[in-house]
Design a protein around this ligand. Structure first.
Ligand code: 5GP
Length: 176
């Protein structure tokens, strides 16, 4: 049965705002005096990255890349491809890779390795949501907004079939 109707609110807009501010303080502390490149993964990381960057009083650069996604379904195929690349040179720069959610970890692991191969000073990872129980690969995420149970979620950048990215909160989907 395919999920298609909005379920309950899992993370409210107020909780998102408070946690993003906290993450911002931690990241600003860790990168004090540095000039990092924030790399957002399109399209899901856009609202999170937009809010997070405004909590960072740093001389930073923002860029984006796009990876192949789950398509219109809800399960990972395991294959990750880079569909569109950065425009800035990250050689010698500290990089913070920002994504909406880490599930199996395959996407983030592949993207991290891809960026590391370009000679940056460092690559750290930051995700809003972490489905910890689902990991299929070794990847330590450096900054996590919320650990959530294994439920399919939408909102605040996350979609189902292209919809719901504009919700200001994170919600579950109910099967119909
Ligand atoms: P992973 O490679 O870690 O399994 O999956 C990461 C990607 O899967 C995320 O960037 C996101 O696009 C998608 N994804 C994983 N779980 C969910 C979910 O609960 N809701 C939505 N909308 N996308 C998800």
């Amino acid at each position: 049965m395919a999920p298609s109707a909005l379920g309950r609110v899992l993370v409210s807009a107020d909780a998102l705002k408070a946690r993003v501010a906290e993450l911002g303080r931690a990241i600003a502390r860790d990168y004090a005096g540095a000039s990092p490149v924030l790399v957002g993964v399109l399209q899901g990381a856009v609202p999170f990255l937009a809010d997070l960057m405004r909590e960072l009083p740093l001389d930073l650069t923002v860029d984006f890349l796009r990876a192949s996604s789950y398509g219109s379904g809800t399960n990972s195929s395991g294959a990750v491809r880079l569909l569109s690349d950065l425009t800035v040179d990250i050689k010698g720069r500290p990089v913070l890779l920002v994504d909406d959610i880490v599930d199996t970890g395959l996407t983030l692991a592949v993207l991290k390795r891809t960026l590391e191969a370009r000679g940056p000073l460092s690559v750290r990872t930051c995700v809003l949501l972490d489905k910890q129980g689902r990991r299929q690969t070794e990847i330590d995420v450096d900054y996590v907004g919320f650990t959530i149970p294994n439920v399919f979620v939408v909102g605040y950048g996350l979609d189902y079939d292209g919809l719901y990215r504009n919700l200001p909160y994170v919600a579950t989907l109910d099967a119909t």
